[in-house]
Design a protein around this ligand. Sequence first.
Ligand code: ADP
Length: 438
Amino acid sequence: MHPYLQQEIWKLIAYITGAAIAGLIVGMPLFFISVTLLLYIIFFLRNQHRLYNWITDQGNSDVPEASGLWGELFNEIYQLEKQTGSNRAKLTNILKRFQEAASALPDAMAILTKRNKIEWSNKAAHKLLGINHPQDEGQPISNLIRHPKFDKYLRKNDFGKTIIIPSPNNPEIMISLQVIPFGSSQKLIMCRDVSHVIKLEEMRSLFVANVSHELRSPITVLSGYLETLQNVKDINIIHKSLHTMHEQANRMERLVTDLLALSKLETQPTDTHSNDINVPAMLLELKDAAKFVGGNKNQKITLNQDEKLHLYGNRDELQSVFSNLINNAVRYTQENGTVEISWTKDNNHAVFSVTDNGQGIPPQHIPHLTERFYRVDIDRSRESGGTGLGLAIVKHTLERHDGKLIIQSKLGEGSTVRCEVPAERTLEMQPTRDLDNA
Ligand code: ADP
């Protein structure tokens, strides 16, 4: 038994005994005992009343003062109240911090009640799900996310997987959404913007489709010739067929080489991009090689360059940029046309440019030319040995050298393709003997 209760009982026994003795002296023991008990009950009721007032005042008033059992009771309740208050403050603080953290998340979050009504949502839920907090509190979620896939997902009650749907707020944004059940039949909706992943996936499948398409035609030609050649005896036809087969094999080889070059650019680090590259010597060689690319087109190819201008970069990558652009100019320029190659420096850049007076490019195609497999005229590109990957490789390589590609063209008049690399990547060197003799 609690000592205070023991004390209280002894106190009561003492009161009754005292009253009985006093009552016996005056000959009215029962009266005295009854009055004592009545006073004791009144004292009890008064303290009960004070306790009630204090509790209903939610601890705003001071703790009632009392001694003995009642004093102890008031004190215990006061301590309990204090503890609850501090726990409540702690919980409120934790909840506030959680809400702040959840609000700052880039992923959308919403809490649903048992009946799939919105209880709470963070800021991102406004952008991705069109849910406004607190205005939409209590709204059924299906009023805001109106998509058959979501309805089915919610009805099925199987939330092991995520679903991908357009955002109710902006159909151009694709969102991945998952429902996570928690607590007593409540649900948490987690959702993120996956538009870029979907776009990448689309690009990847388009790329695979393009590669397959590009490879399929030479393979079809090759297998067609192999089949017919089995029964052909005429040596002229055999020679002609072998020539075409050789061309198709070369086409496949060029495609594979370009694909490997692209994949190398995407996967290899740029730590080999600070070698001193003698660009003038490289361009001299490429200018000579360009004459062979042109065959008997009899084009006038000129080179105007700053012979001291070297570049920090990667030899193979830079060579592929320059040769791709020079070869394009030669390939897309008619007989007796001109191709002007230039390598100079302005205040901020080293500038490589190739200007031709060839067929030119219609303006609507220019922004797309660096996309993989994009060609203005597929037949013309293939005829001249193109893979449709050249400018994509050029753009990628220039980016790896902090440079950029600018294409200007007028249909029927010709094109200028210009590469700008920051001046910090250049260095001045004395021309080599080869260049002096050139
Ligand atoms: P391709 O292997 O087809 O030449 P590129 O990526 O090098 O692929 O070029 C893409 C397209 O840009 C070409 O198919 C061609 O239509 C156009 N093009 C590039 N350079 C020139 C140029 N100098 N003159 C006209 N068209 C050009």
